[in-house]
Design a protein around this ligand. Structure first.
Ligand SMILES: NC(=O)c1ccc[n+]([C@@H]2O[C@H](COP(=O)([O-])OP(=O)(O)OC[C@H]3O[C@@H](n4cnc5c(N)ncnc54)[C@H](O)[C@@H]3O)[C@@H](O)[C@H]2O)c1
Length: 269
């Protein structure tokens, strides 16, 4: 049921690859709530994915952008400004670890791949915000969001170099959030989401066990991609104007739970 929370708002949504993607659900919810937006993904993902289905459904334009390229990022933001004028919201829902893909252990990482991982998963968020900043592309009281994971704060061994990517991502949100807040009243936050069954999520080894563990620890259970989309809508809406520079746990209570009865039972024998 729509409340038209985002009526008249314009934005860009990065990272919808297929219907499991968190960004896909965010696009559907933003559309339901009256927003207009450009969908973007890496050119290769546009060829392989099913983003055109989503574009049709939501009335969005699709523009390719490899987030590691300044030229792509600039062309995308220019196109958005030409279409909408200034923007009200932007979602960065992008992440990939090349060392995880290659099956490299944390104690044997390849640094060229690590640079590329950081570039795709974290530096791209700075690149995005710097491009928006230089082109003065954000409306006053706009909202910029990226998706993170609790491995930024706590150790999850299989998450490997993505842990450092997320720490960096969250730090960029704070540092740019300060500047965007002062200069333009624009807020910048990260959402630290529960494990979610998506292409990026299930690329992490042992993901099913990981998912079930979090589900059993969290008093509310894992937050789904749909739940995350609803939370994103609230953070793009005018009801959260004074929330900025935060890493917001959206995880059913996982981050503040020590142990649950369900997990205790496993060890009680
Ligand atoms: N799935 C989870 O368990 C989980 C949990 C917490 C946070 N997250 C984060 O949520 C975000 C979205 O991931 P998802 O789970 O929806 O998976 P997903 O695989 O559907 O989305 C990742 C997206 O990143 C895009 N991407 C990769 N390289 C790119 C590049 N060079 N340029 C542009 N786009 C590029 C992919 O094409 C894809 O659309 C990521 O930041 C991820 O780390 C996921």
């Amino acid at each position: 049921m729509s409340s038209n929370l985002l009526k008249g708002k314009k934005g860009i949504i990065f990272g919808a690859l297929d219907p499991k993607s968190i960004a896909w659900k965010v696009a559907e919810k933003c559309h339901e709530e009256g927003a207009e937006f450009i969908l973007t993904n890496a050119p290769i993902a546009l060829r392989m994915g099913t983003i055109n289905e989503l574009a049709q459904k939501t009335g969005a334009e699709v523009i390719g952008c490899d987030v590691t390229l300044d030229s792509d990022m600039e062309a995308l933001v220019d196109a958005a400004i030409a279409k909408y004028g200034k923007l009200d919201f932007v979602l960065h829902s992008v992440g990939m670890s090349l060392n995880i893909r290659k099956g490299k252990e944390y104690t044997d990482l390849n640094y060229e791949l690590m640079h590329k991982t950081f570039d795709i998963s974290a530096i791209s968020f700075h690149r995005l915000m710097q491009t928006l900043w230089k082109k003065d592309a954000m409306n006053e009281w706009g909202s910029i969001l990226a998706l993170s994971y609790i491995a930024a704060q706590r150790v999850f061994p299989d998450y490997s170099e993505m842990a450092e990517s997320k720490s960096l991502l969250e730090s960029f949100a704070r540092s740019f959030g300060y500047r965007f807040g002062k200069a333009k009243h624009v807020r910048v936050n990260t959402i630290s989401q529960s494990p979610t069954m998506t292409t990026a999520g299930s690329g992490v080894s042992g993901f099913d066990a990981f998912y079930e563990y979090a589900n059993q620890i969290s008093p509310l259970g894992n937050a789904s991609a749909e739940d995350c989309a609803n939370y994103c809508v609230s953070l793009f809406s005018d009801f959260t104007r004074m929330v900025t520079m935060q890493n917001l746990f959206h995880d059913g209570g996982f981050s503040y739970t020590g142990i649950s009865e369900e997990v205790m039972k496993i060890f009680k024998g």
